[in-house]
Design a protein around this ligand. Structure first.
Ligand SMILES: Cc1cc2nc3c(=O)[nH]c(=O)nc-3n(C[C@H](O)[C@H](O)[C@H](O)COP(=O)(O)OP(=O)(O)OC[C@H]3O[C@@H](n4cnc5c(N)ncnc54)[C@H](O)[C@@H]3O)c2cc1C
Length: 379
């Protein structure tokens, strides 16, 4: 039986462990966090991720703990429509729903599944410092001074991947120049928004919200860094010109649980593997969150990699095939998401007006074609 070491127990690493153990691999995960916390944010799991979770036998459990999203809308600050993308056609075509869920809930489901169906060990408080690759083996050196020797390593250690830095020294992180706040609100808003993923595009700022439970809303707010005069401005002030629903959502949030991040991505890299070491998820295809596809792409990569490793007899052939299957789509998403981020955050009034007009006249068929390209799996 082949033994595989995964660095990182994020959504990518955990999904890879599930997919690999289902295919008979012996898996071990090393994770830097001492304990899994209850991160204060939600996540959208688009139709492509849900197809993978269905194949892994996790679909029903996720559905039970999530909220279904039937449409993705771009709106004006008064909640008028700029673009509507109904998902019903895709739900029928791909036989899955699109959902939004609390991140901590998803994490729990993935960890439980690992425990239920295999004997993968998750070692917490194990921060990788570096790795050294010989012909047959890979030595993993951890911050606590311990060394673990492995035959196959998957680096699922996120955008600042130590695994990536250990095998390639030329990757470039790109600053999108935007700040994002995320929170969970228990506010009660009009029931018409149930099942909607809404993004409100303004000038240099954006606000999005989606239900993750009947009475819980995941929201995010994005501002251009260069328009933020003070780091500690209140979100209610920043979005005071938006529809009262936005104030209600922000008002229903516990301030201390709000997350604040800068938005960065990884400029697409040429190669995802070297010898018996391979990258997965944000470690090789980190994207800006504008398409809600970062974790979804990690889930896709996890599935594709498990298929390639179980079907190819040579490791390097498996990694080569995995990269061939996944790289084009992941890079397309990184590049498209980067452009959407710039468009969504246009600050100049004329630019924003032109953008809104363009969105209103974009035929639904064009949006459908773009979405199908994202939702379709090629493995
Ligand atoms: C504001 C925002 C909103 C987003 N919204 C969505 C969304 O709606 N839908 C979506 O699909 N994606 C979304 N994303 C993207 C998504 O969060 C990431 O793409 C996804 O979490 C990547 O998963 P991963 O497992 O590859 O990496 P990570 O989630 O970064 O996990 C990496 C893991 O490795 C561990 N680790 C790191 N370094 C080491 C080390 N040296 N040694 C050991 N362990 C290590 C970390 O602790 C972590 O547990 C969003 C991102 C942001 C910033």
């Amino acid at each position: 039986m082949k033994q595989i070491t995964i660095i990182g127990a994020g959504i990518g690493g955990l999904t890879a462990a599930i997919a690999l153990q289902q295919r008979g691999f012996e898996v071990e995960i090393f994770e830097s966090t001492p304990e899994f916390g209850k991160a204060g944010s939600g996540i959208n799991l688009a139709i492509n991720a849900m197809q993978v979770f269905k194949r892994l036998g996790l679909y029903d459990t996720i559905l039970e703990h999530a909220h279904i999203t039937h449409s993705m809308n771009i709106r004006t600050k008064n909640l008028g429509y700029l673009a509507v993308a109904p998902l019903s056609k895709f739900e029928t075509e791909f036989e899955v729903k699109s959902v939004a869920i609390h991140r901590a809930t998803l994490h729990k489901i993935l960890i439980q599944q690992i425990g239920n169906t295999g004997n993968t060990k998750i070692h917490l408080n194990k921060k990788l410092r570096s790795l050294k690759q010989d012909k047959e083996t890979i030595d993993l050196l951890f911050e606590d001074g311990t060394v673990h020797t492995s035959q196959i390593v998957i680096g699922a250690d996120g955008i600042h991947s130590v695994v990536r830095a250990s095998i390639f020294n030329d990757s470039e992180l790109r600053d999108a120049g935007q700040i994002c706040w995320r929170g969970i609100s228990s506010a009660s808003i009009s029931p018409e928004h149930r099942g909607e993923l809404n993004e409100i595009w303004g000038k240099g700022k954006r606000f999005g919200f989606v239900h993750i439970k009947e009475n819980e809303i995941y929201w995010f707010a994005v501002m251009n860094k260069n328009t933020l005069m003070k780091q500690d401005l209140d979100l209610k002030d920043l979005f005071s010109d938006y529809h009262p629903t936005v104030m209600t959502i922000i008002g229903g949030t516990q301030k201390e649980n709000v997350l604040r991040n800068e938005i960065w991505d990884l400029k697409p890299i040429a190669t995802w593997y070297h010898g018996n070491v391979c990258l997965l998820g944000d470690a090789c295809h980190a994207t800006t969150p504008n398409m809600g596809q970062g974790a979804v792409q990690a889930v896709e990569s996890a599935m594709a990699l498990s298929i390639c490793l179980s079907e190819e007899s040579k490791i390097e052939e498996a990694f080569k095939r995995y990269q061939k299957i996944r790289k084009k789509k992941a890079n397309h998403i990184t590049d498209t998401s980067w452009r959407i981020g710039k468009l969504a955050q246009v600050n100049n009034p004329i630019g924003a007006l032109l953008r809104d007009m363009l969105l209103k006249i974009t035929p639904r068929a064009v949006m459908e074609k773009q979405n199908r390209r994202v939702f379709e799996l090629n493995y």
